[in-house]
Ligand binder design. Structure first.
Ligand code: ATP
Ligand code: MG
Length: 232
């Protein structure tokens, strides 16, 4: 699926003394099956941008089209967008709260009106996609797992919704080098084996240059550069 971002501007707290223009006339295209790295300094607008892509924030002006449908228009349901675009927040494991890994991953699909069997299949599949052993891990508490594993549980929860696009905000933040390699390897596999469209937000060019097809550099709310990793 193709994402078109058209003249997107976003202002936090408009008209107040804290007014901040976080996105300033952003134009971007993200193509089906692409693996995109989104980088930029703190405060450059990365998180604000990706929160628009799954409908969490509505633009101050401009629009976003996914496969020709304007997701910023009033008629589009949040639930519809969420099923197409999966967003993994920074430190997603902070949102794990169930007593078992299984229950945490099943939480999203349970709201989709699926049968027990279908939910079971989704949890199994999602765990496989992030390299977690279903039988070994499903009944464990997420809190007994390593940092990297816990984060994979959280990512599996988003994958269990079967999104067409997966967006991850700094998925390696706070992990040790081993956890970081685990997560990046797993994300690479999602792209290569399963052809998912992926947007990976990172502070560091180094971390992602060898993985992605395209890099978007944000600076002060604007798109500063778009290109192949070796061109930037
Ligand atoms: P980081 O790398 O630190 O995560 P970022 O590139 O994700 O930064 P954003 O979080 O999108 O940047 O922030 C863009 C701008 O919007 C910054 O100036 C930030 O201070 C401001 N901002 C972000 N969230 C809010 C908010 N909830 N209320 C007010 N201003 C905000
Ligand atoms: Mg951010």
């Amino acid at each position: 699926m193709t994402i078109l971002i058209n003249n997107l501007t976003y202002i936090y707290n408009p008209g107040s003394p804290f007014e901040t223009k976080a996105l300033d006339n952003v134009n971007l295209q993200i193509n089906d099956g692409e693996f995109v790295g989104l980088i930029g300094h703190t405060g450059s607008g990365k998180s604000t941008l990706i929160q628009h892509l799954n409908g969490l924030i509505k633009p101050t002006s401009g629009k976003i089209e996914i496969d020709g449908v304007d997701i910023t228009s009033k008629g589009v349901k949040l639930k519809t967008i969420r099923q197409k675009v999966g967003l993994v927040f920074q430190y997603p494991e902070h949102q794990l709260f169930e007593e078992t890994v299984y229950k945490d991953i099943a939480f999203g699909p349970q709201n989709l009106g699926l049968s027990e069997k279908q939910i079971d299949e989704r949890v199994k599949e999602a765990m496989e996609l992030v390299g977690l052993d279903f039988k070994l891990v499903k009944d464990r508490s997420p809190f007994e797992l390593s940092g990297g594993q816990r984060r994979r549980v959280a990512i599996a929860g988003v994958l269990a919704m079967k999104p067409e696009v997966l967006i991850l905000d700094e998925p390696t933040a706070g992990l040790d080098p081993r956890g970081r390699d685990e997560i990046l390897g797993q994300i690479k596999e999602l792209h290569e084996k399963h052809n998912m469209t992926i947007i990976l937000v990172s502070h560091s060019m180094e971390d992602i240059a060898r993985l992605v097809d395209k890099i978007i550099v944000m600076n002060k709310g604007k798109v500063a550069m778009v290109g192949k990793p070796r061109e930037i």
